[in-house]
Design a protein around this ligand. Structure first.
Ligand code: NAI
Length: 416
């Protein structure tokens, strides 16, 4: 393997911001040993200096990868965001540099679904206000307004990863589940789709939102929509803060039309623990407020570590860009007795024929090839039959093709 253009032993991995140990474990299991883990984020200048020798960088949400910082990463192959969001990275600049960026969008699905189940029970039993009262010395020992969730109707808006998992859990607890999605979704269990959001609002005892932030979902729940909900029903939002008109929700809670709410996400969230959190929902005793922690569990962190590290390994080992947020997705199955090259280039005409010529001139058979382009970047993975060594000058010729951004010799067929 030492004949590869970049053997694993020379791949330097830098992990910042206390990334879960599950990532290091997975990288080590896959033969990557040159790993440095740093607990915090680095100052921009320090990061730039270190990035010069780094091939794989792992960050979380506090490290901003601007164009200036990325351009210091001359050897950078790929970036893993060990979190959900990727807006801390200049994704377009990374793409133009031939650097795919990966994240873990679904590692915390279960954590969010569990929290929502807990909140449904808390709201139906009137726990927020009773807990608040007990802290203040009140003894509100009454059944008034306390209900079981069994038999009640849960309306799920957005039947994706979280919505559909929640559907299964809610049914297991005896709830009736209705859902609404803009995409045709196969109902799980006995859940039934609603033809419109309005229908869902009208039939539900509790509505929970699990949609992404898009122009269509911005202020999806307005004062008019809240009026369409049943009097005495509940609203849960653990999706994105912009989905609900927060002042209208506060009004609906104050008027008693909405009996309670659990809100984890807000239109304006503090940037960090030093900034004070302000919301029109503060002080309302029938509201559970949480600081955007729906997906924040130790298990989710461990899942994120494994999921992102695996994507980085697959890219570094095989060239797979499945799940990249800024890159065309290419995944070519591993073929027996082949040698694999990857080539990232500007999306200009003629590159593919020049790549093929490099092999044809040497009478090397192309056993498989997969190309994807997006108007800006083209990415091709090529498998050639047998053992083809770097020494043949192939990589240099591939690198010299006009428009080349990056090329690598990923693995070679075993010696016969
Ligand atoms: P997903 O992409 O798997 O599912 C979203 C679903 O919403 C899709 O089925 C989509 O078709 C549907 N949808 C999109 N626009 C819609 C519309 N206008 N009306 C109805 N349905 C619509 O996403 P996932 O993983 O289930 O996440 C859902 C939300 O939860 C996202 O906003 C995500 O950012 C948020 N989230 C919040 C966390 C927290 O800590 N509170 C943690 C994880 C995710």
């Amino acid at each position: 393997m030492e004949k590869l253009s970049l053997p694993k032993s020379r791949i330097k991995i830098l992990l910042l911001e206390n990334i879960h140990k599950s990532a290091v474990d997975l990288l080590k299991r896959n033969g990557y040993a040159n790993i440095e883990s740093i607990p915090g984020a680095l100052e921009p200048e320090d990061l730039k200096a270190r990035l010069k020798n780094v091939h794989i960088l792992g960050i979380r949400s506090r490290t901003r990868l601007t164009k200036d910082i990325l351009s210091a990463g001359e050897k950078l192959l790929t970036v893993g965001c060990f979190c959900i969001g990727t807006n801390q990275v200049d994704l377009r600049c990374a793409k133009r540099m031939g650097v795919p960026v990966f994240n873990a969008p679904y590692s915390n699905t279960r954590s969010v679904a569990e929290l929502v189940i807990a909140e449904i029970i808390m709201l139906f039993r009137g726990i927020p206000q009773r807990s608040w009262g007990a802290h203040e010395g009140a003894w509100d020992k009454t059944v008034k307004g306390a209900k079981e969730i069994r038999g009640k109707t849960l309306g799920i808006v957005g039947y994706g990863h979280i919505g559909s998992q929640l559907s299964v859990m809610a049914e297991a607890m005896g709830m009736q589940v209705r859902f609404h999605d803009i995409v045709e979704k196969l109902a799980i269990g006995n859940a039934k789709p609603c033809v419109s959001l309005d229908e869902l609002l009208a039939v539900s005892d509790v509505v929970t939102l699990h949609v992404p932030e898009t122009p269509q979902t911005k202020n999806m729940i307005t004062a008019a929509k809240l009026k369409k909900m049943n009097k005495g029903s509940f609203l849960i939002n653990a999706s994105r803060g912009t989905v609900v008109e927060i002042d209208s929700l506060a009004d609906a809670l104050k008027s008693g039309h909405i009996a309670g709410a659990a809100v984890d996400v807000f239109p304006k969230e503090p940037a960090d623990g030093n900034e004070k959190f302000k919301s029109p929902l503060q002080g309302l005793r029938n509201v559970i407020l949480t600081p955007h922690i729906g997906g924040s569990t130790e298990e989710a962190q461990a899942n994120i570590g494994g999921e992102v590290a695996e994507k980085l390994v697959k890219y570094s080992d095989n060239g797979s860009t499945l799940g990249a947020v800024n890159f065309v997705e290419v995944a070519l199955p591993i073929q027996e007795n082949t040698t694999r090259f990857m080539h990232i280039h500007r999306d200009v005409p003629g590159v593919m024929s020049k790549i093929s010529e490099v092999f044809a001139r040497r009478k090397i058979n192309i056993a498989g090839q997969y190309l994807r382009t997006d108007g800006e970047i083209g990415y091709v993975v090529t498998d050639v039959t047998g053992r083809v060594q770097v020494g043949m000058g192939i990589r240099k010729e591939l690198a010299a093709i006009d428009g080349t951004v990056r090329t690598r010799f990923l693995y070679e067929a075993p010696a016969t």
